[in-house]
Design a protein around this ligand. Structure first.
Ligand code: 0O2
Length: 271
């Protein structure tokens, strides 16, 4: 196939990848804005390079005409989670989406590949709108932890370097490090609740502080003539931010909200 035809063939795959990246990134943003823990930490996506498609087709004995229907990871999305437990939640989210039809799932987490590779794969069919009409594109979604991703990235580079002739010593080391990744993910799972709590508190505080700064900024504009009162509020904020509890910060934030809503100088002095 000519290079121009390949480019045309890949256009809807690029659209699918771009749309899905936006959707999953937006999901992270929504969790963050709601002050909630996001089971997805990072989103990556790519359309397979033409050379890799051809190499895979050759490796699997697939003819050029069969590539579109038989290679199901031309469009690929990778969702990286912090903890193994998050993966189940992400799988559930995908299963429940009305814009993604699950075609099949492979659990390389409970049954890692011989190489040591572990990840959860979901193949979906995703509809994109093109100038020629709507087309359903197969997309492979790989869901894995940060640790699994680290291992897979290193192993992928070594596999590429040795082109199928990986020295036994290297593959044994990779297998040992795959076991170490599993142990690390297991350890991290056992302290997941503590980590999630700590991150949650940090996020709540960040959202609250952003709110407070926004209100202070508005008060500055509204009550430019009451410099002293504003100064007092700022000092109180600084004291609570430096030494106060999250509850005190929340109570202060609510007072500022009320003040911003009241919009009268009398309440300013009573803050
Ligand atoms: P790339 O460059 O990442 O796109 P297979 O015949 O097992 O190679 P198959 O049947 O297409 O692959 O399905 P599978 O097992 O779901 O693998 C698809 C993708 O999963 C691979 O794409 C890799 O991205 C990843 N993967 C699978 N096995 C391994 C592994 O042992 N190590 C690493 N690092 N990644 C793996 P590609 O086309 O192989 O590569």
């Amino acid at each position: 196939m000519e290079i121009q035809l390949w480019r045309e063939l890949l256009v809807p795959y690029e659209l699918a990848v771009q749309e899905l990246i936006v959707k999953f990134e937006h999901m992270i943003k929504q969790y963050q804005q709601a002050g909630l823990y996001s089971p997805i930490e990072q989103v990556h996506g790519r359309v397979k390079k033409i050379s890799s498609i051809l190499a895979k087709a050759k490796r699997k004995g697939i003819s050029n005409d069969e590539i579109k229907e038989k290679i199901d990871d031309i469009a690929g999305i990778r969702l990286i989670c912090q903890f193994v437990d998050d993966i189940d939640q992400v799988v559930e989210i995908i299963r429940n989406r009305s814009d993604m039809t699950v075609l099949n799932e492979i659990d390389y987490i409970h049954q890692p590949k011989a190489s040591g590779y572990s990840s959860y794969h979901i193949n979906i069919s995703y509809e994109v709108m093109t100038i020629y009409g709507n087309i359903r594109i197969p997309v492979e979604i790989q869901i894995r932890t940060l640790a699994m991703n680290f291992w897979a990235t290193i192993e992928h580079s070594l596999k590429y370097k040795y082109q199928g002739n990986m020295p036994l010593e290297i593959s044994q080391r990779l297998m040992a490090s795959a076991n170490a990744v599993r142990a690390l993910d297991g350890e991290m799972s056992s302290i997941r609740d503590d980590v999630v709590d700590a991150q949650q508190l940090f996020r709540e505080k960040a959202v609250m502080v952003a709110d407070i700064l926004n209100n202070l900024d508005n008060l500055h504009k509204q009550y430019a003539s009451s410099e002293d009162a504003i100064k007092n509020i700022q000092e109180e904020f600084q004291r609570i931010y430096d030494h106060g509890t999250l509850d005190e910060l929340q109570e202060f934030s609510q007072r500022l909200d009320r003040l911003a809503a009241n919009r009268n100088t009398q309440s300013l002095t009573s803050v």
